[in-house]
Design a protein around this ligand. Sequence first.
Ligand SMILES: [Zn+2]
Ligand SMILES: [Zn+2]
Length: 444
Amino acid sequence: MILDRATIPPATVLVRCAHLLDPRTGLDGPGDLLVRDGTVAEIGEPGGLEAPAGAEVVEGEGLHAFPGFVDPHVHLRTPGREDEEDIQTGTRAAAAGGFCAILAMPNTDPVVDSAPVLLSLRERARAEARVPTGFTAAVTVGQGGVELTEMAELADAGAIGFTDDGLPLRSARMMRQALQYQKLAGRTLALHEEDPSLSGDGVMHEGEVSALLGLAGIPSISESAIVARDCQLAQYEGGRIHVQHVSARETVEVLERAKAAGVEVTAEATPHHLLLTHDAVRSLDTHTKMNPPLRAEADRQALIEGLRSGVLDCVATDHAPHSREEKEQPFELAPMGVTGLETAFAAIHTDLVVSGVVELGLVVERMTAGGEPFGLHVPRIEPGAAADICLVDLSAEWEVGEAGYESRSANNAFTGRRLTGRVRMTIAAGAVAFRERSFAIGAV
Ligand SMILES: [Zn+2]
Ligand SMILES: [Zn+2]
């Protein structure tokens, strides 16, 4: 599996006296961390490591060093809507959020459904991407749901996985065929799950708030019923699926049963579904409009529990940039989706970790696990590993929107919120991909 990125010189950095935390290696305490030529060279006692000549020295006192995050669900809007995001701005946003790798969705214009489109994107990523970027390809031609793409050829051309994200695979027969080809192509099938006959023209979660506002609702069963169907099909065909942006309690229950029955299924949850509910839609702020919709408190609690138990394997942002003009339309007309790369960690940290709901280590584990469903390696802080590291100040407070975004779009669900925790530096695949402007670095 190959991810693409622009050529950036490998880093030699000594991080001194930071709190090193990697739940997978058991690392949890103050220490020095030396990255030499892009590789984790040494981990030592605080103040114990010497900086090699030419190294950048980061005084890490008060900072945490985590393995870099991996986002399996990003819309880079390229090709077609570069006014909303492109590979450069999207991957800069990723690096600013502590992500050392991302996977891009294929619902672009044109759709990534052929090898030439995929190969041209990969070429652009090799010129522009700040962090390693993988491209998924569509399951069906033009995401039309009628004809399968040439999945084997697309896999050969470097598709990391297959998805028609933005749309579900309506037909069970099409889903079954996709699973058969998925096995041959050896790439995971990622699924945007909803039954359009149940979602209808809904614009928010079907519940007391939609009733109060008089808006058409999308019931939870629209998601969970299709997830149940696809888990059964995956089991029948021996295929491998990844359920995107789980939003409903019922879906968590379906996934728990499927996993217990041995279905090869993984799942992701977004920060907005973990932290917000349909109550936020009362404002009719279009930054609360996304698909799947923000659901009820019981759903949110089930997602948090799913994250804890591992039924939900990873956090994904579903970073979905939209232009200001589009989001400034009335609620019913505005497009669905919010940005999230630059706020994901801070928002989860603020609402779940600072408040004592979940442990920091668990958040780090789930935010670094996004590549695993696609067979990508999980970043670790250990000698010999490529340096995928983010340095975070857990006590820094900032207001969302205040400091500006690397992303070209600003349609963030947490706009105006004060968050605690700020990424200061990201090293991705051995190279410095992001350094906060105010963050001074010394050299020897
Ligand atoms: Zn989706
Ligand atoms: Zn999406």
